[in-house]
Design a protein around this ligand. Structure first.
Ligand SMILES: Cc1cc2nc3c(=O)[nH]c(=O)nc-3n(C[C@H](O)[C@H](O)[C@H](O)COP(=O)(O)OP(=O)(O)OC[C@H]3O[C@@H](n4cnc5c(N)ncnc54)[C@H](O)[C@@H]3O)c2cc1C
Length: 472
């Protein structure tokens, strides 16, 4: 144990029950196995000593204060869809679920904002905004994640090209600090230069600095119409070269995704979902939102002309919901397809400068090959965030797979760094990527990270062992 943490004990269990309710507290074998890991059990399976569901900020504050006063780690749990091993009790202690805190308050039309509790699901927040003709643009792939989880991991998604990340939509927050104090970061104002921007430090802090208990999000007018273009290219290089050209056009795309043919074939073979464009070694999918059909038509025509001038084999326009669905359902099925096509998977999620996409993808495949594993990169070409899936084929022993993935990840991160990239473009560091962080930051920055952690949490009781690790 890195710190003299205490075990919760019978008195502690009673104390948490009296703060909340005995019906909402579980211990030992009552705790479901799913709470021992997130969507990446590879990044650690850890048993909480106690699992509790909070219903309001006061309960969150009191549970957190109990942990703080008694040196018991507390880890917040949203929907557990994280891909970094973040919401796990690495050093035991209390798992604090916020799923019951899921109220969404009426849209504030004058400020164009929506306020919700952290356990509200992304899909419900998006729907509540849409009911009022407004739009919450961040669109990470997993719609059943909580909004609290989205904010605290600064979730991205495909529409980041046009609209930005979750960070860009957070107006203000209420949170509980590790000592149990309840604080507010900013208020419902459009701009704020009142001192340090701590709000922006909290966003993306992966539950290591404070517990988000309420958030107010900026909304936009909903786009009136959308369209998707499919541009097949002979090879990856010409496909990647098209990305800056699309971004140079007068219309800003909503999403730009790329996939190689190999991946499209996997989805077709394993899930019987053929991609509508049968030719080309790599395809670019470009989406536009617009305020009118005329604007949409102009954006699509301009992009198609540019694609055909720059070597696209075709430019298919998917302008009905059915046609758009036929494209996006294949993109959405990639993870499932790769799972069906392999015995096990590992994932790295680097972000590289857009100019380096093709170079990174080629290097990634070579790295995998040199260690005897398949590497399938794909993803958000518009922002250089390449989901790089490592696939285990039958016949590989556990030991061989472990050694090969570790060696591959080390080299993949090194190549990302060399190309000017970063360790994670989405999903974060959590427990799974901790050992790869220091080369990206350097020792001075690691010290700064530790100081930040200590400034919030001098007893290291909130989600210990994530992003920064102490060996005391
Ligand atoms: C199929 C699939 C697709 C995905 N696509 C994307 C994508 O496109 N983009 C992307 O960014 N992510 C994506 N993810 C990852 C995941 O959905 C996000 O990280 C999401 O934001 C996690 O939310 P959650 O509620 O599941 O949080 P959890 O997994 O429960 O927790 C994640 C981290 O946040 C902390 N936390 C959660 N809530 C709070 C809170 N209220 N206060 C303090 N800390 C808190 C936890 O302690 C943990 O460290 C995807 C996951 C899957 C399975």
């Amino acid at each position: 144990m890195p710190y003299p943490y205490q075990k919760i004990g019978a008195a502690g269990v009673e104390a948490i029950k009296s703060i909340t309710s005995s019906k909402r507290v579980k211990v030992g074998e009552e705790i479901l196995p799913e709470y021992c890991h997130d969507e990446m059990p590879e990044y650690g399976i850890f048993q909480p000593d106690l699992y509790v569901e909070a219903e309001n900020t006061q309960e969150v504050s009191a549970v957190m204060k109990y942990g703080y006063d008694h040196n018991i780690p507390v880890v917040v749990r949203g929907a557990g869809t994280g891909l970094a091993g973040g919401s796990t009790c690495k050093y035991g202690g209390i798992m604090l679920s916020l799923m019951r805190m899921n109220r969404i308050f009426p849209v504030d039309r004058k400020n164009q904002t929506i306020t919700c509790e952290p356990g509200a699901l992304l899909l419900d927040v998006q729907a509540a905004a849409l009911e009022e003709g407004l739009f919450y643009p961040p669109d990470p792939g997993e719609k059943t994640a909580t909004i609290g989880g989205n904010v605290i991991t600064n979730a991205g998604g495909m529409k980041a090209v046009r609209y930005g990340l979750t960070r860009d939509f957070v107006r203000c927050m209420e949170a509980v600090l590790p000592d149990g104090s309840i604080v507010n970061f900013s208020s419902n104002v459009v701009k704020n230069t009142t001192g340090y921007d701590v709000k922006d430090l909290i966003i993306g802090s992966e539950g290591t600095l404070c517990i988000l208990t309420q958030v107010t999000l900026k909304l936009l007018p909903a786009p009136k119409c959308s369209c998707t273009l499919v541009m097949p290219f002979q090879n990856l290089e010409s496909c990647a070269d098209m990305v800056p050209k699309v971004l140079d056009l007068p219309f800003t795309p909503t999403a730009i995704e790329f996939m190689e043919r190999e991946l499209l074939e996997i989805v077709k073979r394993t899930l019987n979902k053929p991609f509508p464009a049968p030719d080309g070694g790599a395809v670019l999918i470009v989406m536009y939102d617009a305020a009118s059909p005329e604007e949409l038509e102009a954006a699509c025509d301009t992009a198609c002309d540019a694609a055909l001038e720059n070597g696209a084999l075709d430019c298919m326009i998917a302008d009905t919901p059915e046609r758009m669905e036929s494209v996006w359902q294949v993109r959405g099925a990639i993870l499932e397809g790769m799972k069906a096509d392999s015995v096990a998977q590992e994932e790295c999620d680097v972000v590289v400068p857009r100019s380096a996409i093709a170079q990174y993808v080629k290097a990634a495949k070579k790295i995998g090959l040199s260690h005897g594993i398949r590497v399938e990169p794909c993803g958000h070409a518009g922002d250089g965030n390449i989901h790089t899936e490592l696939l285990r084929d039958p016949g590989m022993s556990d030991e061989e797979w472990k050694t090969a993935t570790h060696a591959s990840l080390t080299e993949l991160y090194a190549i990302s760094k060399k190309l000017g990239g970063q360790l994670s473009g989405e999903h974060g560091i959590g427990n799974g990527r901790l050992e790869f962080l220091e080369p990206f930051l350097g020792s001075r920055m690691i010290r700064l990270y530790k100081s930040i952690k200590l400034a919030f949490d001098e007893k290291l009781v909130l989600n210990p062992g994530k992003i920064v690790e102490y060996h005391i």
